[in-house]
Write a protein that binds this ligand. Structure first.
Ligand code: UDP
Ligand code: MG
Length: 352
């Protein structure tokens, strides 16, 4: 802006007020957390698609990849270390053994402190890296949680589909947080949601459930899951069942209530039956042959008791595990340094 001349009419010099130059905002820090377990066959292929997807976001977004090796036994860690050598934006950490997918995701969330947002995706190319830009766009529009929701999946057999549908139906009926069917571990979390989840001490972790539980503004992004790039799924029927049980028991006390209600009902029936036996004995005295029905009742009651003791045991076991407060995972190979230098600046919000 021009100011009037400083000295008299003769003065030809004008002072130009220097407008303070607006410092451009620093790039948004995006940590991309990729859990890997025995992914040696496909992880390079995965990174070959991830790297250009992230390069496309520059310079507005400064993305770092954080590979969490979950105790792989097939040389995955060595490949990841090579990737970290070749690409400065790649960081690697590795567990001392296989602690499970949920622990690997949790480690990633914890280690991504300082990020404005964290993207979590599988490293088998079932979560297309090209979609990360859409996740980031939704976050910049104001969503704290952007959840990928699977429209279709190329390599799930009828059994996996059916068991998955049954799991979501049961989970949503029993728990007070709603899980969207097909919402897998493919999501972007804002810095504040990441901080909340990383601070949660619970051990029987079902991160998807915690993401649903935590609240905040959310958006969904539909996607089609292709078949795995290479290797095999690590989630066989037994592991899936274990995870479903963990999920239901850590988000619902309905099963233990069911035990109480069923116990009450069975006892009431027993009492009625006892009344009938007493009346019949007094009236007719013909109950000698009743042993078979008695045996049935004993068996049914015994079975019900065992079942419910088992259920109570499940909760007790969980309470016990939480009490022990063991670390969720042990890092055998820690990160070489923080992803970003420590600063006092708070993480930038989703709409920034
Ligand atoms: N994974 C992991 N630890 C495990 C099992 C799996 O870190 O114990 C990783 C795996 O490398 C992949 C993701 O979790 O990146 C999803 O696993 P997978 O593809 O086997 O499951 P699916 O897609 O079949 O449900
Ligand atoms: Mg997979």
């Amino acid at each position: 802006m021009d100011l009037p001349p400083l000295c008299g009419p003769r003065g030809s010099a004008t002072l130009r007020r220097v407008e303070p130059e607006a410092t451009p905002p620093r790039p948004l820090r995006l940590a991309v957390v990729c859990p890997c377990y025995d992914e040696a066959a496909g992880v390079r292929q995965f990174f070959a698609r991830l790297a250009p997807a992230l390069a496309e976001l520059r310079p507005a977004v400064d993305a770092r990849v954080l590979f969490v090796d979950d105790g792989s036994a097939d040389g995955t860690l060595a490949i990841l270390e090579e990737l970290a050598q070749e690409h400065p934006e790649v960081a690697v950490c590795g567990f001392s053994r296989n602690f499970g997918h949920q622990a690997a995701v949790s480690a990633g969330l914890e280690l991504a402190a300082g990020a404005d947002a964290v993207m979590v995706l599988d490293s088998d190319l079932q979560h297309p890296p090209e979609l990360i830009r859409e996740f980031v766009a939704r976050w910049r529009e104001g969503a704290d949680i952007v959840h990928g929701v699977r429209r279709s999946t190329a390599d799930a057999g009828p059994l996996k589909r059916l068991s998955s549908a049954a799991f979501y139906a049961v989970f949503n009926r029993l728990s007070d947080v709603a899980l969207r069917e097909g919402a897998a571990d493919f999501y972007l979390l804002s810095g504040r949601v990441r901080a909340v989840l990383a601070a949660m001490p619970e051990r029987a972790r079902f991160v998807r459930g915690l993401v649903a539980w935590v609240g905040f503004r959310r958006a969904e992004l539909p996607y089609d899951a292709p078949a795995r790039a290479a290797g095999e799924s690590k989630y066989g029927p037994l592991r899936m069942a274990r995870m479903a049980l963990d999920a239901v028991l850590s988000f619902s006390v309905a099963p233990i209530r069911l035990a109480t209600h069923a116990g009450l009902a069975v006892s009431a029936l027993g009492a009625l039956y006892l009344a009938y036996v007493v009346v019949r004995h007094l009236a007719y005295g013909d109950l000698v042959q009743g042993w078979a029905s008695l045996l049935c009742v004993t068996l049914i009651l015994g079975g019900a008791q065992l079942l419910f003791i088992g259920l109570i045991g499940e909760y007790l076991a969980r309470a016990y595990t939480e009490l022990k407060a063991r670390p969720l995972y042990v890092l055998a190979r820690p990160l070489a340094g923080p992803l970003w230098p420590a600063d006092r600046e708070p993480p930038r919000g989703p709409a920034a």
